[in-house]
Design a protein around this ligand. Structure first.
Ligand code: ADE
Ligand code: ZN
Length: 317
Protein backbone atom coordinates (compact mmCIF):
# COMPACT_ATOMS: atom_id res chain seq x y z
CA UNK A 1 0.00 0.00 0.00
CA UNK A 2 1.38 3.39 -1.01
CA UNK A 3 2.40 5.75 1.78
CA UNK A 4 3.71 9.20 0.90
CA UNK A 5 3.78 12.90 1.77
CA UNK A 6 2.84 15.87 -0.44
CA UNK A 7 5.35 18.66 0.20
CA UNK A 8 4.61 21.01 -2.67
CA UNK A 9 0.94 21.82 -3.07
CA UNK A 10 -0.62 25.29 -3.27
CA UNK A 11 -4.08 24.88 -1.76
CA UNK A 12 -5.32 27.61 -4.14
CA UNK A 13 -4.02 25.43 -6.96
CA UNK A 14 -6.73 22.87 -6.15
CA UNK A 15 -9.44 25.29 -7.33
CA UNK A 16 -10.97 23.17 -10.12
CA UNK A 17 -12.59 25.02 -13.04
CA UNK A 18 -15.98 23.39 -12.28
CA UNK A 19 -15.78 24.68 -8.73
CA UNK A 20 -14.76 28.13 -9.97
CA UNK A 21 -17.91 28.18 -12.12
CA UNK A 22 -20.00 27.11 -9.14
CA UNK A 23 -18.57 29.99 -7.10
CA UNK A 24 -19.25 32.44 -9.96
CA UNK A 25 -22.85 31.26 -10.21
CA UNK A 26 -23.38 31.41 -6.45
CA UNK A 27 -21.88 34.88 -6.07
CA UNK A 28 -22.81 36.62 -9.30
CA UNK A 29 -25.96 34.70 -10.14
CA UNK A 30 -24.58 34.17 -13.65
CA UNK A 31 -21.85 32.22 -15.35
CA UNK A 32 -19.79 34.29 -17.73
CA UNK A 33 -18.50 31.37 -19.77
CA UNK A 34 -19.07 27.69 -20.40
CA UNK A 35 -16.79 25.06 -18.88
CA UNK A 36 -15.29 24.42 -22.33
CA UNK A 37 -14.45 28.12 -22.77
CA UNK A 38 -12.91 28.21 -19.32
CA UNK A 39 -10.92 25.02 -19.87
CA UNK A 40 -9.36 26.48 -23.02
CA UNK A 41 -7.56 28.98 -20.77
CA UNK A 42 -5.79 26.11 -18.97
CA UNK A 43 -2.98 25.93 -21.47
CA UNK A 44 0.04 27.96 -20.48
CA UNK A 45 3.03 29.38 -22.30
CA UNK A 46 5.09 29.85 -19.11
CA UNK A 47 4.92 30.48 -15.34
CA UNK A 48 3.67 34.08 -15.63
CA UNK A 49 0.94 33.08 -18.07
CA UNK A 50 -0.28 30.55 -15.49
CA UNK A 51 0.04 32.99 -12.56
CA UNK A 52 -2.23 35.49 -14.35
CA UNK A 53 -5.11 33.00 -14.44
CA UNK A 54 -4.29 31.63 -10.98
CA UNK A 55 -4.47 35.05 -9.28
CA UNK A 56 -7.57 36.05 -11.27
CA UNK A 57 -9.35 32.86 -10.18
CA UNK A 58 -8.44 33.53 -6.55
CA UNK A 59 -10.67 36.63 -6.62
CA UNK A 60 -13.64 34.24 -6.36
CA UNK A 61 -12.48 33.20 -2.88
CA UNK A 62 -13.86 35.93 -0.67
CA UNK A 63 -15.51 34.37 2.37
CA UNK A 64 -14.28 32.20 5.20
CA UNK A 65 -16.47 29.31 3.98
CA UNK A 66 -14.84 29.41 0.54
CA UNK A 67 -11.44 28.59 2.03
CA UNK A 68 -12.77 25.74 4.17
CA UNK A 69 -14.75 24.35 1.26
CA UNK A 70 -11.73 24.52 -1.05
CA UNK A 71 -9.59 22.60 1.45
CA UNK A 72 -12.38 20.09 2.24
CA UNK A 73 -12.77 19.30 -1.46
CA UNK A 74 -9.03 18.79 -1.75
CA UNK A 75 -8.95 16.30 1.12
CA UNK A 76 -11.96 14.44 -0.31
CA UNK A 77 -10.07 14.10 -3.60
CA UNK A 78 -6.85 12.72 -2.11
CA UNK A 79 -8.08 10.56 0.76
CA UNK A 80 -7.38 6.90 0.01
CA UNK A 81 -4.53 7.56 -2.44
CA UNK A 82 -1.84 6.65 0.11
CA UNK A 83 -1.28 10.26 1.14
CA UNK A 84 -0.54 10.42 4.86
CA UNK A 85 1.06 13.88 5.25
CA UNK A 86 0.52 17.24 3.55
CA UNK A 87 2.49 20.43 4.02
CA UNK A 88 0.47 22.83 1.87
CA UNK A 89 1.22 26.37 0.77
CA UNK A 90 -1.16 29.29 0.83
CA UNK A 91 -0.74 32.89 -0.40
CA UNK A 92 -1.99 35.27 2.33
CA UNK A 93 -0.84 38.38 0.44
CA UNK A 94 -3.12 37.89 -2.55
CA UNK A 95 -6.01 37.04 -0.23
CA UNK A 96 -5.22 40.19 1.75
CA UNK A 97 -5.22 42.30 -1.43
CA UNK A 98 -8.64 40.78 -2.19
CA UNK A 99 -9.93 41.95 1.21
CA UNK A 100 -9.47 38.71 3.19
CA UNK A 101 -7.32 39.09 6.29
CA UNK A 102 -4.61 36.64 7.38
CA UNK A 103 -6.84 35.73 10.33
CA UNK A 104 -9.90 34.91 8.18
CA UNK A 105 -7.99 32.83 5.66
CA UNK A 106 -5.69 31.02 8.07
CA UNK A 107 -8.45 30.11 10.56
CA UNK A 108 -10.69 28.76 7.80
CA UNK A 109 -7.91 26.67 6.27
CA UNK A 110 -6.57 25.56 9.64
CA UNK A 111 -10.02 24.30 10.71
CA UNK A 112 -10.28 22.16 7.57
CA UNK A 113 -6.72 20.93 7.99
CA UNK A 114 -7.43 19.95 11.59
CA UNK A 115 -10.51 18.05 10.41
CA UNK A 116 -8.41 16.19 7.84
CA UNK A 117 -6.21 15.09 10.74
CA UNK A 118 -9.23 14.01 12.82
CA UNK A 119 -11.44 12.55 10.07
CA UNK A 120 -9.00 11.02 7.59
CA UNK A 121 -5.82 10.55 9.64
CA UNK A 122 -3.93 12.77 7.19
CA UNK A 123 -1.28 14.79 9.02
CA UNK A 124 -2.01 18.13 7.33
CA UNK A 125 -0.27 21.43 8.01
CA UNK A 126 0.31 24.81 6.34
CA UNK A 127 3.23 26.86 5.01
CA UNK A 128 2.52 30.48 4.14
CA UNK A 129 4.26 31.89 1.08
CA UNK A 130 5.61 35.35 0.50
CA UNK A 131 4.98 36.37 -3.09
CA UNK A 132 8.36 37.49 -4.41
CA UNK A 133 6.92 40.10 -6.82
CA UNK A 134 5.33 41.96 -3.86
CA UNK A 135 8.82 42.53 -2.42
CA UNK A 136 10.49 42.19 1.01
CA UNK A 137 8.69 45.12 2.70
CA UNK A 138 5.29 43.56 1.99
CA UNK A 139 6.64 40.20 3.21
CA UNK A 140 7.72 41.83 6.48
CA UNK A 141 4.19 43.20 7.00
CA UNK A 142 2.71 39.77 6.35
CA UNK A 143 5.00 38.23 8.93
CA UNK A 144 3.94 40.96 11.38
CA UNK A 145 0.32 39.86 10.81
CA UNK A 146 1.32 36.32 11.80
CA UNK A 147 3.07 37.48 14.96
CA UNK A 148 0.03 39.61 15.90
CA UNK A 149 -2.32 36.67 15.27
CA UNK A 150 -0.37 34.38 17.59
CA UNK A 151 0.00 37.03 20.27
CA UNK A 152 -3.67 36.41 20.96
CA UNK A 153 -3.62 33.41 23.30
CA UNK A 154 -7.01 32.26 21.97
CA UNK A 155 -5.18 31.38 18.75
CA UNK A 156 -2.74 28.99 20.45
CA UNK A 157 -4.94 26.10 19.24
CA UNK A 158 -3.81 26.87 15.69
CA UNK A 159 -0.10 27.18 16.43
CA UNK A 160 0.89 23.64 15.37
CA UNK A 161 -0.86 24.09 12.01
CA UNK A 162 1.47 26.80 10.69
CA UNK A 163 4.87 25.21 10.26
CA UNK A 164 6.82 27.41 7.90
CA UNK A 165 7.29 30.12 5.31
CA UNK A 166 7.96 29.82 1.59
CA UNK A 167 8.64 32.07 -1.38
CA UNK A 168 6.62 31.74 -4.58
CA UNK A 169 5.27 33.59 -7.65
CA UNK A 170 7.34 35.01 -10.55
CA UNK A 171 10.84 33.65 -10.01
CA UNK A 172 13.11 34.82 -12.82
CA UNK A 173 12.79 38.59 -12.21
CA UNK A 174 12.76 38.35 -8.38
CA UNK A 175 15.79 36.58 -6.81
CA UNK A 176 15.73 35.42 -3.16
CA UNK A 177 18.44 37.59 -1.52
CA UNK A 178 16.26 40.64 -0.66
CA UNK A 179 14.12 38.37 1.54
CA UNK A 180 17.05 37.38 3.80
CA UNK A 181 15.91 39.64 6.67
CA UNK A 182 12.35 38.41 6.70
CA UNK A 183 13.52 34.78 6.55
CA UNK A 184 15.79 35.38 9.54
CA UNK A 185 12.84 36.72 11.54
CA UNK A 186 10.74 33.71 10.55
CA UNK A 187 13.53 31.32 11.59
CA UNK A 188 13.93 33.05 14.95
CA UNK A 189 10.19 32.63 15.46
CA UNK A 190 10.61 28.85 15.05
CA UNK A 191 9.19 28.49 11.54
CA UNK A 192 10.66 26.15 8.92
CA UNK A 193 12.06 27.73 5.76
CA UNK A 194 11.57 26.71 2.13
CA UNK A 195 11.62 28.62 -1.19
CA UNK A 196 10.75 28.06 -4.84
CA UNK A 197 14.00 28.24 -6.81
CA UNK A 198 15.39 26.80 -10.02
CA UNK A 199 11.95 26.40 -11.63
CA UNK A 200 12.08 29.16 -14.27
CA UNK A 201 15.02 30.93 -12.60
CA UNK A 202 18.69 29.99 -12.88
CA UNK A 203 20.70 27.74 -10.50
CA UNK A 204 21.96 31.01 -8.93
CA UNK A 205 18.56 31.29 -7.23
CA UNK A 206 19.07 27.89 -5.61
CA UNK A 207 22.50 28.91 -4.25
CA UNK A 208 20.96 32.11 -2.94
CA UNK A 209 17.97 30.35 -1.33
CA UNK A 210 20.44 28.07 0.50
CA UNK A 211 23.07 30.65 1.44
CA UNK A 212 21.09 33.90 1.86
CA UNK A 213 17.79 32.52 3.15
CA UNK A 214 19.01 29.32 4.84
CA UNK A 215 16.18 27.18 3.47
CA UNK A 216 15.79 23.54 4.50
CA UNK A 217 14.17 22.38 1.23
CA UNK A 218 14.11 23.71 -2.32
CA UNK A 219 10.78 23.81 -4.15
CA UNK A 220 11.23 22.61 -7.76
CA UNK A 221 15.02 22.96 -8.13
CA UNK A 222 15.17 21.04 -11.42
CA UNK A 223 17.57 23.58 -12.93
CA UNK A 224 20.20 22.41 -10.41
CA UNK A 225 21.00 19.87 -13.13
CA UNK A 226 22.79 22.70 -14.98
CA UNK A 227 25.36 23.19 -12.20
CA UNK A 228 27.64 20.33 -11.06
CA UNK A 229 28.95 22.19 -8.00
CA UNK A 230 25.41 22.87 -6.86
CA UNK A 231 24.45 19.21 -7.31
CA UNK A 232 27.38 18.25 -5.06
CA UNK A 233 26.25 20.74 -2.43
CA UNK A 234 22.64 19.49 -2.51
CA UNK A 235 23.83 15.92 -2.24
CA UNK A 236 26.32 16.58 0.55
CA UNK A 237 23.79 18.47 2.67
CA UNK A 238 20.91 16.10 1.82
CA UNK A 239 18.74 19.07 0.79
CA UNK A 240 15.37 17.75 -0.41
CA UNK A 241 13.95 18.99 -3.72
CA UNK A 242 10.17 19.06 -4.12
CA UNK A 243 9.92 18.32 -7.84
CA UNK A 244 6.56 18.56 -9.66
CA UNK A 245 6.63 16.67 -12.98
CA UNK A 246 3.14 17.52 -14.33
CA UNK A 247 3.70 21.17 -13.39
CA UNK A 248 7.08 21.30 -15.14
CA UNK A 249 5.44 19.95 -18.28
CA UNK A 250 2.39 22.28 -18.11
CA UNK A 251 4.57 25.39 -17.59
CA UNK A 252 7.04 24.42 -20.31
CA UNK A 253 9.99 24.11 -17.94
CA UNK A 254 10.50 20.89 -19.98
CA UNK A 255 9.18 20.05 -23.43
CA UNK A 256 7.62 16.64 -22.81
CA UNK A 257 6.23 14.47 -20.04
CA UNK A 258 9.06 12.05 -20.71
CA UNK A 259 11.60 14.74 -20.04
CA UNK A 260 9.74 15.81 -16.86
CA UNK A 261 10.21 12.25 -15.58
CA UNK A 262 13.82 12.21 -16.84
CA UNK A 263 14.61 15.20 -14.57
CA UNK A 264 13.46 13.22 -11.53
CA UNK A 265 15.61 10.24 -12.53
CA UNK A 266 18.67 12.38 -13.38
CA UNK A 267 18.47 14.09 -9.98
CA UNK A 268 18.18 10.71 -8.25
CA UNK A 269 21.23 9.52 -10.22
CA UNK A 270 23.16 12.47 -8.81
CA UNK A 271 22.31 11.29 -5.31
CA UNK A 272 19.83 14.07 -4.60
CA UNK A 273 16.96 13.67 -2.11
CA UNK A 274 14.18 14.05 -4.71
CA UNK A 275 10.48 14.02 -3.86
CA UNK A 276 7.48 14.00 -6.25
CA UNK A 277 4.66 16.51 -5.77
CA UNK A 278 1.76 18.16 -7.59
CA UNK A 279 2.09 21.99 -7.21
CA UNK A 280 -1.28 23.21 -8.64
CA UNK A 281 -3.17 20.04 -9.55
CA UNK A 282 -6.37 21.69 -10.81
CA UNK A 283 -4.33 23.62 -13.38
CA UNK A 284 -1.70 21.09 -14.38
CA UNK A 285 -3.70 17.93 -15.07
CA UNK A 286 -3.25 15.91 -11.93
CA UNK A 287 -2.95 15.36 -8.19
CA UNK A 288 -0.13 13.63 -6.33
CA UNK A 289 -1.30 10.13 -7.31
CA UNK A 290 -1.44 11.24 -10.98
CA UNK A 291 2.17 12.41 -10.75
CA UNK A 292 3.23 8.98 -9.49
CA UNK A 293 1.12 7.40 -12.27
CA UNK A 294 2.96 9.53 -14.83
CA UNK A 295 6.26 8.07 -13.59
CA UNK A 296 4.86 4.54 -13.81
CA UNK A 297 3.53 5.16 -17.32
CA UNK A 298 7.03 6.25 -18.36
CA UNK A 299 8.43 2.93 -17.15
CA UNK A 300 9.75 3.93 -13.72
CA UNK A 301 9.91 0.79 -11.57
CA UNK A 302 8.27 0.21 -8.21
CA UNK A 303 11.64 0.20 -6.42
CA UNK A 304 12.25 3.81 -7.56
CA UNK A 305 8.66 4.83 -6.76
CA UNK A 306 9.13 3.38 -3.28
CA UNK A 307 12.38 5.33 -2.84
CA UNK A 308 10.64 8.59 -3.88
CA UNK A 309 7.80 7.93 -1.43
CA UNK A 310 10.25 7.22 1.38
CA UNK A 311 12.12 10.41 0.51
CA UNK A 312 8.89 12.40 0.82
CA UNK A 313 8.27 11.04 4.31
CA UNK A 314 11.88 11.72 5.37
CA UNK A 315 11.82 15.24 3.92
CA UNK A 316 8.57 16.17 5.73
CA UNK A 317 8.97 18.55 8.70
N1 ADE B 1 2.43 29.76 -7.19
C1 ADE B 1 1.64 28.72 -7.45
N2 ADE B 1 2.27 27.82 -8.20
C2 ADE B 1 3.52 28.31 -8.42
C3 ADE B 1 4.67 27.85 -9.11
N3 ADE B 1 4.69 26.68 -9.76
N4 ADE B 1 5.77 28.62 -9.12
C4 ADE B 1 5.77 29.79 -8.49
N5 ADE B 1 4.73 30.27 -7.83
C5 ADE B 1 3.61 29.53 -7.79
ZN1 ZN C 1 4.79 25.82 -6.39
Amino acid sequence: MDNFAELHLHIEGTLEPEYLMELQARKNGTQLETIDELRKKYSFSDLQDFLNLYYESMQMLNASDDYSELADRYFQRVVGTGLTQVEAFFDPQTHGANGNSFETVFKALANSFQQANDKYGINARLIMCFERDRGPEAAKKTLDDVFAFFENKENDVFSNLLIGVGLDSAEAPFPPAPFAGVYERARNYGLHLVAHAGEEGSPENIWSALDDLGVERIDHGVRALEDEALLKRLEKDRVPLTVCPLSNYALKVVDSKKSAVRKVLDLLDKGIMVTVNSDDPAYFGGYIDDNYELLRSEGVGEDVIELLMQNSLKAAF
